[in-house]
Design a protein around this ligand. Sequence first.
Ligand SMILES: [Zn+2]
Length: 266
Amino acid sequence: MTQLAPRPWLLSEINYGFVKHNPYQVAVLPMGATEPHNLHLPYGTDAYEAEAVGSMSCEKAWKQGAKVVMLPPMPYGTETNMMEFSMAMNLNPSTLTRVISDIVDSLAKHKVMKLVVLNSHGGNDFKPVLRELADKTPVKIFLCEWYRGLSADVGKKIFTNPDDHAGEMETSLIQFLKPHLVATDPATGKLLADDGSVAKSRFDAINKGWVSITRPWHLLTTNSGSGNPHCATAEKGRQFLEPVTDRFASFLVELSASPVDEKFPF
Ligand SMILES: [Zn+2]
């Protein structure tokens, strides 16, 4: 992709000459992971998705007047239950807490008082971080996990199989965003992936969701995939991203325009 000029909604591209005279109101921090995704998707899947949702949304919001900037995406996440798979790269929850906390301190110093953590990886757990930092920083922190509430109704309309990890939704997104990184059989064009079936626990309460655990992924899945990817298409990925980034962008526009007063965010 060739860009003719730096995009002012991406901190990695913009220069101090611009930033000096154009203060931002809102920062978006995409949080990814480095982990296997069945046999066919790249280790960077979650980070690519976070970057795409973040940059498309920030672009739309910027073009509607929002003073929003996407910080460089974080490529690592929590993988404590994925470590039996080769080259899953773990940052412990306490490490991620420190990362968010230090970035929040930097934003406070630069007087950017609103941060949206844009999470792309189910193994990252940021609500405790928001709680811990709530009375320790003047920065107002928001959490958006784009694959949950933001997109749930959109996903239900587009995808046939319920998704978890490396299933139809993630495969469609990477087919749209990075088609050259999706492994297919050259003869048939079919995905080189298993069907993403998952094992049941011996405990019914766990299968029913009454009791939760951090699932040992090597016992749960065959090749790390949980969710069937075989109905995925790039077009489904495109159809999903458009409304989801429209929605997220409209929140960023409102957030940018909203002063941090006594009653914020009420
Ligand atoms: Zn993923």
